[in-house]
Design a protein around this ligand. Sequence first.
Ligand code: AFD
Ligand code: MN
Ligand code: MN
Length: 427
Amino acid sequence: MNIEQKHIAQHNDSLISAHNRKLAYLKEDFPQHDLERAIQKLVDFQIAIPSWALGTGGTRFGRFSIIGGEPRNIEEKIEDVGLLHQLNASSGAISLHIPWDIPQDVAKIKEVAGRFGLAFDAVNSNTFQDQRDAAHSYKFGSLQHVDKAVRQQAIAHNIEVIKQGDKLGSKALTVWLADGSCFPGQLNFRRAFENTLQSLEEIYVQLPPDWKMFVEYKAFEPNFYSTTIGDWGQSLLLASKLGNQAYTLVDLGHHLPNANIEQIVSLLLMEGKLGGFHFNDSKYGDDDLTTGSIKPYQLFLIFNELVEGMDAREMNHAKDLGWMIDASHNVKDPLEDLLQSVEAIMLAYAQALMVDRPALNSAQQRNDVVRAQEILQHTFRTDFRPLVAEARLRANAALSPLALYRDLDYRNQLIRKRGKNTTSTGL
Ligand code: AFD
Ligand code: MN
Ligand code: MN
């Protein structure tokens, strides 16, 4: 389904004077050149939407598909991302998870994506669930498994995912493994790591030359004693041994409590080994909550390091890293949730772009701790939402995407079209 441009125009007309007033405040306090530079970077910045977040999610305790109108197939998932992108002009890509998504009619899928101006970001493999008719089980791991035949099955799946992604124009494979152990003594750590490396090597050599491999880490769950790729050290070790097409992927929810994620991304960028991001938020662990809903200051501090580190390496903010959301919920309309997530990411990025970097550098050089803190907190506490809205306006999107989505009663339109009891694939 499509939003008519006239609806966006009417919506923007109704909000434009309030918007201009708020923007004028920023123009009083910040140089026009800095604001314009930030707006252009915000227009260019795109965040990929994960195909598995478009339906209501679940936990091992239950799943409540109460929303209705969920996408019934991959084409409808792409249409939902297209809707988000029409609303915010910042969701210009989709990240598929295979075999939850099986791209059967490639031409049709590309046509639907093209209609909305969407690209295909990293494709994700799945060796954390057993598939029907599979010869081997992943109960005791996949790429780490003690049995070569199981590893081979998992390797073949990853190679298949690369082929599927290649047909769609993806340029990266994300590998997240549930591999690990639940009890002391269950696993020989060294052999598990070596098996994983060897398996990844067999996948790596199948990458097209312009592809990247993202090695995602996670501290715990589903395994509760050890995870074979459990932190950024293990991921970086693998990515370094694999070669220059392999990178670490940071998922915000995959750390032990209080980990300093901003320091991790700074050092990964320094090494040229940060490949991509999975945004979400959490209170306890891998909670998959809406980005920015719990720790917005941490999100800003992470973006502050990202902008600083990318600029130090003269990287293209929009293109050189994979920016993806990874979240899934029980209680919200997933499209509303994704609009909130994208908004939070854009705002943190805007704040980071507006940090007075020369002043911060100078404060750091002088060990002026108080001044350094003031600079960061002043930026964080300034309301840059009008800057993000202005970027949307210039890209023909809505000043307030969530308000327009609700005004148009979009969920009910989807329910009328798709039905009340649809279920989309995912966890
Ligand atoms: C996992 C990881 C990983 C995976 C996803 C599947 O974050 O990115 O692809 O969830 O739902 O926790
Ligand atoms: Mn993830
Ligand atoms: Mn996760």
